[in-house]
Design a protein around this ligand. Structure first.
Ligand code: NJP
Length: 226
């Protein structure tokens, strides 16, 4: 069945790849991020009948409320939400990192996800839909820095609690936990990392399960080298 999927952080990397795979699988997508030019280019690629650009800064709750309203006005419902927008910091340690980078990571990776959930949950309740959060393998170790890891611990715990909230209405919540993925998240290419496509396939696997199946957590790691 064709699903209506709202994706935050859709302009590049994992979010963009999830959007491409979703449309290829016959779904329709609403794409949110700040970079309007990238979203418009993606909509052109995917076809206006399949994709809608919603330029949004997810740290602004009013903007997210408008984002959700526009998606629902356009498509009539929401079946899946991928709360994926996230940022890291180039200086990783707590001592080396700037206070501003800590604030930004907590604002985008944690607070903004609560806004996404707040404004989409009524629609996901109505559709008995599926919320997917992009967590990280880093929640189990400070692979990208302690503060970043802690923001993804928040996502891990929040996913479990949201699962109870949405579960009451017959919906589902899944938390993806990618290992390192080669995306613009990093300044330099990461040759041994996963590719965004690897996460997109996992995303589709999670949302394509029959209604009686729940995948609460889905780790996707690069295979260790011998
Ligand atoms: O990174 P990137 P990924 N408002 O930089 C958007 C997690 N993760 O795909 O606004 C709205 O290509 C930004 O769009 P723009 C990671 O923590 C990654 O790797 O136009 N959107 C872009 O679309 C994150 O949660 C790895 O700049 C905002 C997107 O977020 C998710 O995967 C490993 C925004 C970031 O795309 C996607 O990251 C892992 C704002 N204020 C978890 N700020 C990894 N790459 O290794 C940013 O375990 N965005």
């Amino acid at each position: 069945m064709s699903k209506i999927i709202l994706i935050t952080g859709a302009s590049t990397g994992i979010g963009e790849s999830c959007a491409r795979h979703a449309v290829e699988a016959g779904h329709k997508v609403a794409l949110a991020a700040r970079s309007e030019d990238k979203l418009e280019a993606l909509v052109k690629d995917l076809g206006e009948e399949n994709a809608l650009a919603l330029p949004t800064d997810v740290t602004d709750p009013d903007a997210q409320e408008r984002m959700v309203a526009r998606a629902v006005e356009h498509y009539g419902r929401l079946d899946v939400v991928l709360a994926n927008a996230g940022v890291g910091a180039s200086a990783r340690g707590t001592e080396a990192g700037s206070v501003e980078s800590f604030q930004k990571m907590i604002e985008v990776n944690c607070l903004a996800v609560t806004y996404t959930a707040k404004f989409t949950l009524p629609h996901l309740r109505a559709s008995k839909g599926h919320m997917v959060l992009t967590g990280s393998k880093a929640s189990q170790g400070a692979m990208f820095g302690s503060v970043y890891s802690a923001t993804k611990w928040f996502i891990r715990g929040y996913a479990d609690n949201l699962g109870e909230e949405l579960g009451e209405a017959g919906g589902r919540v899944t938390c993806l936990h990618p290992g390192m993925v080669d995306t613009p998240f990093f300044d330099e290419a990461k040759p041994d990392a996963l590719r965004p496509d690897d996460i997109a396939r996992a995303f589709l696997f999670a949302i394509d399960q029959p209604d009686h199946v729940l995948i609460p957590h889905l780790p996707v790691y690069p295979k260790p080298k011998k």
